[in-house]
Design a protein around this ligand. Sequence first.
Ligand SMILES: [Zn+2]
Length: 429
Amino acid sequence: MHNIKNTHTLKKLNKSFDFLVNNPYSSFYKDKYKKAGIKFKSIKTIEQFNSLPYLTKDELLRLSPYDFVFLPLNKINHVVTTSGTTNQNNPLMLLMNAKSRPRWNNHERWKPFLDLKIKNHMLLYPGSSAAHRLAVNFSAVDKGIVNLIGDISNLSLSAKLARRIGLDSIETTASILYLFIPYLKKEYDLRKIKIVYLGGEYTSEQKYKYLQKKFKNAKFIFDFGSVETGGIAIGCEHLLKKGPRFLHPLNFVYLETFNHKEEGELVVTGIEVGRSPYLLRYRTGNHVKLTNYNCPCGEKQLIEVFGKIGHDVISVQGTFIYSDHVHGLLSSYSNYLQTGDFRLHVYEVIKNNKIMTRLVLQLILKKDIKNKEIIKKQILDSLSSKLFLTAKNTLADLVEKQIYLPLEIEFVESFPFAPKQTSIVSHII
Ligand SMILES: [Zn+2]
């Protein structure tokens, strides 16, 4: 995150604005701002920048990918696409030049890999993300690190590949790794994995603790980003002690929160001219907190990631439900639960002429559990009295105030497979 009061940052924002708005290959921003009544031709003040309308994913989805190209077509040699479960009928595609990615020049991304003499590295992502990550990893390939692509639809095969090559490190999401562990354990000694690089999706505290226990000798590295933005933040060893959601913003993006709230939706602007992301004030759909912080590693900014809005965190009727808090409270019941994972379905219902929020929590019990109803009651009581949904109110308080209905718990056999973790499922339209 750059401080906008800093003239250096303002200059960069202005250069980025100029490049994108006066671009000979795409009139997207010019048209957008003209429609919004933006008259100024350059960014000289904070107020000007803050008056630019936000950019949304829906806008990008409505465009042909060819209308969002900011380089001559003969320079386009790379495409990134979304792999998520949303928008399957209209997947997002961004055309770019593989070498026009910004340089992560305030972090030596491969230093830990070279320090630990990593030779064989596995990428375990859905096909489209794997291709995208491989392109990012070309600098590692140049340093003699083998990037082996695993197959997430055949984890058993991927585990055999890991054994045959003698795997040193793995790059994936926490959700995929969690599913991969039983297969990998069968074929390979998990202690041989020296680096676990978790990138892309948000990793909960509980999942991180669980993975640490499984990969005892591994150094964990976290990054954060999305298909649209590319990588925009990375952890450091000091921040790791605070937890996986604490990261440092990378130097080629300007970060702010939606409507400049202390905590809210992350908005991203690319500030390395001519390089991706070609975004001005893009709403990412991720809930974050941005603060200044003097880290022993030298970085001065902190981004605290709470996850995807509507998946890892949801805001209903002025309250916030964080999946991490639910994970934390459920961890006391690990003797009864088969997995720390859950699905929390959120509905809005009208009752007694009031809109009330209804929560249905799905859990998977261990096979041999007998006193199901007693356990259900215990979890219900614990969550109702300990889950804070505002600074001062627990779920039980909000039930009393008739804002929430009493929590419901449902035991299920399994959750649908998804490469990306979705703990909170919103049914609010
Ligand atoms: Zn740091």
